[in-house]
Design a protein around this ligand. Structure first.
Ligand SMILES: [Zn+2]
Length: 742
């Protein structure tokens, strides 16, 4: 612990550095060691030059949508007046005409160069959008042919976040829309060789009411409650529910920003849910309905697939995420009213989803309960149940009912429906632990079981597989240098690519040393020491989980403008946080005693911010549906040339590992012969006896822990090109590497 780097040291190393211009994670240095952290890559591709002028998605979508007030104005001449709720005048939602897709201008229209450039390969096709309709945050699969890593997806003039699973499948994330009406349009895919294709079918993003808050947190039956938000209008809202009671709002204002309802007689505490005309359930918040008689008090209802979120509180934590197909721990704390004295509670839990019938089970907990409050960390005196992952899916809800046979009037019910967008798809990764052996025979220590339990506890994954690879004989001298560690990272990429890996395969090189770690931002490889802060366990819980966080698209707090922990300090408030002990046991710890896992301070834990951010990345890039068999079966592999290397952005020097032949499908095609890369674009040029090929490089930031070097790595699979005579790496007109033989 005494080795912890002080924050002030790190701040000092930061001064005087310019902000990199393509989103690199900044690197830090200390005298004794360096950790390489993963790279960053923006969702729209790393280059800032030479790309078509595609407007940012949210701007484009916002520009294409109508203001809410315009839609709602037909219901009221004066937006300040309250309008009665009218249900029979609800026309089906209209769809705005799709705006013309950006003309997808070629990347460059410069004249053909004099050099003989070999052209691009086969054409592209889009055969299916599955599903063709969704709500913001949904992940859509595009099926077709000819997709690559650098293929961009344009919808209504804006680029959508996308991820290339294979040459035949891409995933896209539906954007938030600022509209009271559904928006639709075809999708256009543009590849790096300027090949493009537009879907025949349209993709529709459905408009949803967007509640933001309830006017009160506690109410009695008969009280009027206001919901604030946007698009709270009859065309989007059919009715509402609290628990199993369905009823109509009483009125709304003309602007669609306020909706009123009366708490129905017999209503129970829990989520206030808006139902739209298409069957979506949108939670507007939690209302505590105060019962007429003394009762058993539900101190808190919590759940966990990571952080232990309280869902019975007055506000909904915006970081709440529910991962499909993952067990959900529900935890209940009770306190009988003083007048009831000690009780013998019966605690029932009901749960279900759109596809499963409701199950009712008893929650485990103490047989008797006094009127003393149960402490936050007192799991033994709480009531708990783990809902099986199969139930956590579309339409999921649960309810708890607490009673004591001697006091039937004291029965208390709480029901819960997740907020819109919180429950999404399942996620999956497979981790390959690669123990390295140094020339002196020392083998890195690994603990696959600890690694797996820690990953599942900390990150929003439905399932994890951990496999141990054969020992990797690491050629290093007596001193382990930065370049040695970087080369090992490249070796992990090569090992990964030569083993017919899928997108969900992560390779973790483990070094027998107390030295620096490194990972690729949004990459699939990392290298970590087997000892950290004095123990092998710390190397897993502190270093490896930090590095894989970079793989999952998480930045250091000081590099992340949105991080609430940007200025250092403990996480502080919010849900208690999961922690796996040396004996593999899971417990929850006070957030005021932990720093965010993406910081350098210890002890650390996964913050709600990091957890939700990781889930947003995982669900869009690493779906559970890709778990083995599915993709393997549908995507036959061919033969490809795998090329990997790194770039030192400070010195402008590039390194290439020897290209290897792998059984895999190419993920990159040669650039159009007449294209001229932008001044900031990285390009690999390969000369052969028959001509030259150029390929776009997409360097991902290598986050180098405690080092001031700015590093990036790249990897690509291309169709075999025959005997290579020469390889060059350029950025714009600047030559970074010229290698005549490998
Ligand atoms: Zn880091």
């Amino acid at each position: 612990m005494q080795l912890a780097l002080k924050k002030s040291d790190m701040n000092n190393t930061l001064s005087g550095r310019d902000e990199p211009n393509w989103g690199l994670v900044r690197l830090r240095r200390s005298l004794c060691c360096l950790l390489l952290v993963p790279y960053l890559l923006t969702a729209c591709g790393g280059g800032d030059g030479g790309s078509p002028a595609v407007p940012h998605t949210s701007d484009a979508v916002a520009a294409a949508s109508e203001p809410a007030a315009q839609v709602a104005s037909s219901h009221s001449a004066n937006s300040n007046q309250v309008t009665p709720w009218v249900t029979d005048a609800l026309a089906a939602t209209q769809t705005l005409p799709a705006s013309p897709v950006a003309s997808s201008a070629p990347v460059n229209s410069a004249p053909a160069t004099a050099k003989a450039m070999l052209g691009a390969t086969a054409g592209m096709a889009v055969s299916d959008l599955t599903p063709p309709t969704g709500i913001p945050g949904d992940v859509i699969t595009i099926t077709g042919a000819g997709f690559t890593n650098a293929t961009r997806v344009i919808w209504r003039g804006g680029q959508l976040p996308s991820h290339d699973l294979s040459a035949n499948q891409m995933l896209i994330l539906l954007p938030q829309i600022n509209s009271a009406q559904d928006l639709n349009g075809t999708v256009t895919l543009i590849r790096e060789d300027n090949a493009q294709v537009t879907s025949n079918a349209s993709l529709t993003v459905q408009a949803l009411p967007q509640p933001s808050a309830l006017s009160v947190t506690n109410a009695h039956e008969g009280d009027q409650v206001r919901i604030d938000g946007k698009y709270l209008i009859p065309p989007l809202i059919k009715s509402m529910t609290i628990g199993d009671m369905e009823f109509l709002p009483t009125s709304a204002n003309g602007a669609g920003t306020q909706l009123f309802f009366t708490v129905p007689k017999g209503a129970t505490s829990g989520s206030v849910v808006l139902l739209d005309w298409k069957g979506h359930r949108i939670s507007a918040g939690t209302l505590n309905v105060i019962p007429p008689t003394p009762s058993i008090e539900i101190t808190s209802v919590q759940f966990s697939q990571g952080p232990l979120y309280t869902v019975s509180g007055p506000t909904v934590d915006k970081n709440v995420r529910l991962v499909s197909q993952r067990d959900l721990l529900v935890r209940l704390r009770l306190k009988p009213a003083e007048s009831l004295g000690q009780i013998k509670p019966e605690v029932l839990l009901a749960y279900g989803n759109d596809a499963q019938a409701v199950q009712v089970v008893s929650m485990a907990g103490p047989a008797t309960l006094s009127t003393t409050s149960v402490a936050e960390n007192d799991m033994a005196n709480s009531y708990t149940y783990s809902i099986p992952g199969s139930a956590v899916d579309k339409g999921f809800f649960f309810a708890v009912k607490v009673s004591d046979s001697r006091y039937p009037d004291a029965t208390k019910i709480f029901n819960y429906t997740p907020p819109a967008g919180a429950l999404s798809g399942g996620t999956y990764i497979r981790v390959h632990l690669v123990p390295t052996v140094r020339p002196d025979g020392v083998r890195a220590k690994i603990d696959p079981e600890h690694f797996k339990r820690e990953l599942m506890a900390v990150y929003p994954l439905s399932t994890v597989d951990v496999v141990v690879e054969p020992d990797f004989h690491w050629t290093v001298g007596s001193q382990i240098s930065n370049d040695d560690i970087l080369d090992l990272l490249s070796d992990m990429n090569t090992l990964r690519s030569s083993s017919q890996s899928n997108n969900y395969d992560f390779y973790v090189g483990v070094m027998a040393c107390y030295c620096s770690s490194v990972a690729v931002f949004q990459g699939r490889a990392l290298v970590v020491a087997d000892t950290w802060y004095g123990s092998n366990a710390n190397a897993v819980t502190e270093a490896a989980m930090h590095e894989i966080g970079h793989n999952f698209g998480r930045l250091h707090p000081w590099d992340d403008a949105n991080s609430p922990y940007r200025n250092g300090g403990v996480i502080g408030s919010g849900p208690w946080l999961p922690e796996v002990g040396p004996d593999y046991s899971l417990s929850f710890v006070d957030p005021s005693t932990r720093y965010d896992i993406m910081s350098y301070d210890i002890p650390d834990a996964i913050s709600p911010y990091t957890f939700s951010g990781a889930y947003d990345y995982l669900k869009a890039n690493l779906p559970l549906s890709a778990k083995p068999k599915l993709l393997r079966a549908s995507a036959p592999v061919g033969q490809a040339l795998f090329i990997t290397g790194s770039i030192n952005l400070d010195s402008g020097k590039a390194r290439l590992r020897k290209p290897t032949s792998v059984s895999a499908s190419p993920d990159t095609v040669a650039m159009a012969a007449d294209s001229t890369p932008g001044s900031q674009d990285y390009v690999l040029e390969i000369n052969t006896a028959t001509g030259s090929y150029r390929y776009p490089l997409q360097p991902k930031t290598v986050v180098t822990e405690r080092s001031a070097q700015s590093l990036a790595s790249f990897e690509l699979k291309v169709a075999p090109v025959g005997q290579i005579q020469r390889m060059r790496v350029r950025r714009g007109d600047t030559l970074l590497l010229d290698q005549s033989s490998m």
